[in-house]
Design a protein. Structure first.
Length: 245
C-alpha cells in the first residue's frame, strides 16, 4: 500500500513499537493518531514528535472504545488505517488461583477483545476510503508459546487466526488486512521478566518499525520480522508435512 498521505490510528502508540511506528509514519508524511491509557506518556510522545495526535483511551473498556471511535469519526474522518498494537503480557500460573485469573481476563480484553471490537467499529469508516488497512500486531509467541505466559501466547495465536478470517472476509473490499509478527523487541513489554542476555539481543523498536513500514509498502500481508519468521516458517513446514494428502 502507499505509505504517504494516510491517516493512521495506532492503539498503544505512546511507547515501544507503536511509538516507533508512529514516528516512521510521520516522517513519511502521514497523519498519525496514537492512544493509550497514560496521559503523561502521550504528552511526552506529542512533545517529542510535533504533529502527532494523541488521545487517552483504554481499548479494553467498551465505553472508552466508543468515545475514541466517536472522536475519530468527528475529528479524523479520513482515517484509513487502524493498527491494533496495544498489548500487555503477564506471567500467569494456573496453580495460582483467582488473582492469576484476573490477569488472564485483562490480557484477553486488551490483546484479543479490543482488536475484535475496534475492527468491527472502524470497518464502516475504513470501507468508505479508496485504500484502507487493518494491521494486527501479534507475536512470534503466537506460533510457539512460552508456557510461563500462557494466556498472552494464546491471545496472539487467536489474533493470528482472527486475522486470517478477517482477510478472507474482506478480500473483495478495499481494506487490506495485515498481520505483524514481531520477534523480541526492546520495549516496556516483558523486559522485566526476561533474562538480561535476551533483552540485550532484542531488536530495537525503530528496526521493527522500519520492517513494518517496508512490509506494508510491499503488501506483505504477514509481516514476520527477524526470528519470528523462523517460528512461523517451521510451523508452516510441519503443517504442510502433516497435511500432504
Ligand atoms: N516487545 C516485544 O518483544 C514484542 C514481541 C512480539 C509482539 N509484541 C507486541 O507488540 C505490541 C506493542 O508492544 P510493545 O512491545 O511496543 O510494548 P509497550 O511499549 O508496552 O507498548 C504497549 C502499549 O500498549 C498500551 N496499552 C496497553 N494496554 C492498553 C489499553 N488497555 N488501552 C490502550 N493502550 C494500552 C500501553 O500504553 P498504556 O500502558 O499507557 O495504556 C503501551 O503504550 C503488543 O501488542 C505486543 O504484544 C511485542
Amino acid at each position: 500500500m502507499k505509505m504517504t498521505g494516510n491517516t493512521v490510528l495506532i492503539t498503544g502508540g505512546g511507547s515501544g513499537i507503536g511509538l516507533a511506528l508512529a514516528r516512521a509514519l510521520l516522517e513519511r508524511g502521514n497523519e498519525v493518531i496514537v492512544c493509550g491509557r497514560r496521559a503523561d506518556r502521550l504528552t511526552a510522545a506529542r512533545t517529542s514528535n510535533p504533529g502527532l495526535r494523541v488521545r487517552v483511551a483504554d481499548v479494553a473498556d467498551a465505553r472508552s472504545r466508543a468515545d475514541l471511535l466517536a472522536w475519530i469519526r468527528d475529528s479524523f474522518p479520513r482515517t484509513n488505517v487502524l493498527v491494533n498494537n496495544a498489548g500487555i503480557q503477564r506471567l500467569v500460573d494456573f496453580q495460582g488461583g483467582a488473582a492469576e485469573l484476573a490477569k488472564a481476563d485483562e490480557e484477553i480484553a486488551t490483546n484479543l477483545s479490543a482488536p475484535i471490537h475496534l475492527t468491527s467499529m472502524m470497518l464502516p469508516l475504513l470501507a468508505s476510503r479508496s485504500e484502507a488497512a487493518i494491521v494486527n500486531v501479534s507475536s512470534g509467541l503466537g506460533f510457539a508459546p512460552l508456557a510461563q505466559m500462557p494466556v498472552y501466547c494464546a491471545t496472539k495465536a487467536a489474533l493470528h487466526s482472527l486475522t486470517m478470517s478477517l482477510r478472507h472476509q474482506l478480500r473483495e473490499t478495499h481494506v487490506k488486512v495485515f498481520e505483524v509478527i514481531p520477534p523480541i523487541v526492546t520495549s516496556e513489554l516483558g523486559a522485566n521478566h526476561r533474562p538480561a542476555e535476551v533483552n540485550r539481543a532484542a531488536m530495537p523498536a525503530e528496526a521493527a518499525a522500519a520492517a513494518i513500514v517496508a512490509g506494508l509498502e510491499g503488501d506483505d500481508l504477514e509481516i514476520a520480522i527477524g526470528d519470528a519468521e523462523n517460528l512461523r516458517s517451521k510451523r508452516d513446514a510441519l503443517f504442510a508435512v502433516m497435511n500432504r494428502s
